[in-house]
Ligand binder design. Structure first.
Ligand SMILES: Nc1ncnc2c1ncn2[C@@H]1O[C@H](COP(=O)(O)OP(=O)(O)O)[C@@H](O)[C@H]1O
Ligand SMILES: [Mg+2]
Length: 297
């Protein structure tokens, strides 16, 4: 196997998770869809999962995608799901409050309700859903289309807030329940998996321009503080050579090529994928397959 293959495909009998991160609009959703279609086409049972509240993988695949795992018609082995943050949060809150009823007095429950009205709860709820999906051993590859950078980091740091939530749930004096203990174990297992470079690949998508490179590098350094290496970088929207026929586009293209060298230098340890700027927006299984065969050759 070449190096790109080892970061996209799992070892025999194992699992591979691939996360695409980066700023808004750089091509994360497109890359996640292209990659998932490619791995499914090559015979790996693949789940494409989005944690972006503004997700549109359904549009890109041109197939319905819901918050239940759905097979994608037209590509064998491909399944997709989106985490519906709002719904996940409602379920999560209702679950916690139900558990608390009868256990605590009205004042405590009031305080809990207030405490649960925080953005932290939303992230917790999404993460819990994510853990449910990521813990699913049915799939050989899980490709994750993340929300813009920052969100993924929060996701990973969340388990540190976990103890706070448990305390909130059980009240100061009460013991941690068995259910919570089990859930914590599942959380920890997923975090372990995300930190294992053989099982999980982190990819940053960016434009070959100065600020995006600096920002991706900063985010990648932050991930490293959590013990996670960036194994893959994607330089998107490269002007094709045959299109660089006016001095304007020649100049832009040569600027991009300069920045591609900078990306190689900045992300020395990562594999670089280069994606050309296409004349159409990226949409539909045929187009995803075609781009995949070009960039993963
Ligand atoms: N290489 C490309 N060529 C042409 N259009 C692209 C390319 N990459 C992304 N796009 C378009 O740019 C827009 C943003 O891409 P998207 O994948 O949704 O970014 P993100 O998920 O990072 O916000 C989409 O309309 C997509 O079709
Ligand atoms: Mg997106």
């Amino acid at each position: 196997m070449n190096r790109l293959d080892t970061i996209i495909y799992p070892l025999k009998g194992e699992r591979k998770n691939i996360f695409f991160s980066g700023k808004g609009g750089v091509g994360k959703t497109s890359m996640a869809c292209i990659t998932a279609v490619q791995t499914a086409k090559n015979g790996f049972k693949t789940l494409l999962l989005t944690t972006d509240p503004a997700a549109h993988i359904g549009n890109v695949l041109d197939r319905p995608v819901t918050d239940n795992i759905t097979p994608i018609e037209g590509i064998e082995n491909l399944y997709a799901v989106k985490i519906d943050q709002k719904k996940a949060t409602e379920e999560y809150k209702a679950g916690l409050l139900k558990e608390a009823e009868g256990k605590f007095d009205a004042n405590t429950i009031m305080a809990m309700k207030e405490e649960l009205d925080s953005p932290c709860t939303e992230e917790m709820a999404s993460f819990q859903k994510f853990v449910d999906f990521a813990g699913n051993d049915d799939f050989e590859i899980i490709v994750v289309d993340t929300a813009p950078t920052g969100h993924t980091l929060r996701l990973l740091e969340l388990p540190m807030d976990w103890s706070k939530q448990i305390q909130l749930k059980s009240g100061v004096a009460t013991e941690i329940s068995e259910g919570d203990r089990l859930q914590k174990q599942r959380f920890d297992k997923v975090i372990e998996m995300m930190k294992n470079e053989k099982e999980t690949t982190f990819a940053f998508v960016m434009y070959p321009e100065r600020t995006p490179i600096v920002e991706a590098h900063r985010a990648s350094a932050e991930l490293l503080t959590l013990g996670i290496k960036t194994q893959l970088v994607v330089a998107n929207l490269i002007i094709p050579e045959e299109q660089a026929v006016t001095s304007f586009y020649q100049k832009r293209r040569s600027m991009q090529l300069g920045y591609i060298e900078e990306i190689k230098e900045t992300f020395k340890a990562s594999v670089l994928l280069q994606v050309p700027m296409l004349e159409d927006e990226i949409k539909g299984l045929d187009m995803l397959l075609e781009i995949g065969s070009i960039i993963f050759k």
